[in-house]
Design a protein around this ligand. Sequence first.
Ligand SMILES: Cc1cc2nc3c(=O)[nH]c(=O)nc-3n(C[C@H](O)[C@H](O)[C@H](O)COP(=O)(O)OP(=O)(O)OC[C@H]3O[C@@H](n4cnc5c(N)ncnc54)[C@H](O)[C@@H]3O)c2cc1C
Length: 310
Amino acid sequence: MSLTRNILLWMSENKFMKERIPKLGFVRKAVKKFMPGETEDFALDAAAQFSQFGIPSVFTKLGENITQISEADLVRDHYLKLIEKIVERKLDIEISVKLTQLGFDHSEEETYNNFIAIVKKAKEKLGNSVFIDMESSIYTQRTLDFYKKCKKDFENVGLCLQAYLFRTQNDIEELFSINPSIRMVKGAYKEPHSLVFKDKPMVDENFFVCANKLLLQSKQNNIRPVFATHDEKLIKRITQEADRIGIKKSAYEFQMLYGIKTTLQKQLAKDGYQFRVLIAYGESWYPWYMRRLAERPANIWFVIKNIFSN
Ligand SMILES: Cc1cc2nc3c(=O)[nH]c(=O)nc-3n(C[C@H](O)[C@H](O)[C@H](O)COP(=O)(O)OP(=O)(O)OC[C@H]3O[C@@H](n4cnc5c(N)ncnc54)[C@H](O)[C@@H]3O)c2cc1C
């Protein structure tokens, strides 16, 4: 892991910086590259624009590790209201949430109730799935257990898994028996060396191995494989492998973040691949934004450019 990436990930967790950096005008401007605005209305407008290119969306309200359980009720209510707005605007939008935003640090029972309220309403009003984001490794096992519990009662739930973790291949295999919906990502957090592949090419290779497992399994079982990456080489390898083993484009899906490789996003949709764009919004964007900078430290130049742009 590069030093710059380490520093940016450390900054993403630092309380002193968390309180100060989001107030800086040039940072607020730079964030717009990855986020259409702080409220869901900006996100809905962006989703409407993508829908003109046949691209559906995934929405996530930024914020994690709430400090009081009562805040989780507000997040749940936000998503319940959002579903009404999605229906009104007739858009194809799925929701993806962080469990720590729904109370995971405070009460697992309340987190379950909050999450299931969203899942039920999404099924009833939108007929689609709600995904669980994967947070740092201190939550991995608990998140997997939580997912298994939800999947027993509700079909329309999905889970994100991270290719940088050594354990992920095993986790995927263990989930096969419950017909999971899995969104594979490389992984965005600062993790101890004992748990993750150290070198990026090894993470990329593990992503491919995991993707291959999911594709093969999708031939026999009703699973939903989602590959969330902007890595063009990896996307090409996955599509070639899917062709080789005879898997239709409709049987798997790609996802990318708003503001990254938009031309490629439109091209994938045009070429007939299942594709969704993830649109994030919300006031608590700081740690999420710092992780985006850490993924591509060259993005810092964009922030610096904004200091001088006025
Ligand atoms: C839909 C979606 C959901 C996600 N959910 C989670 C989650 O729940 N948990 C989690 O840990 N992580 C999540 N991530 C983040 C993920 O783990 C990676 O950190 C992120 O996607 C970057 O990895 P990459 O696969 O694009 O590959 P990389 O090898 O990092 O990037 C490939 C190329 O994409 C471009 N690129 C990548 N990131 C950026 C960026 N920030 N700015 C500009 N260009 C960039 C660059 O050209 C780069 O060379 C999610 C990502 C997506 C797309």
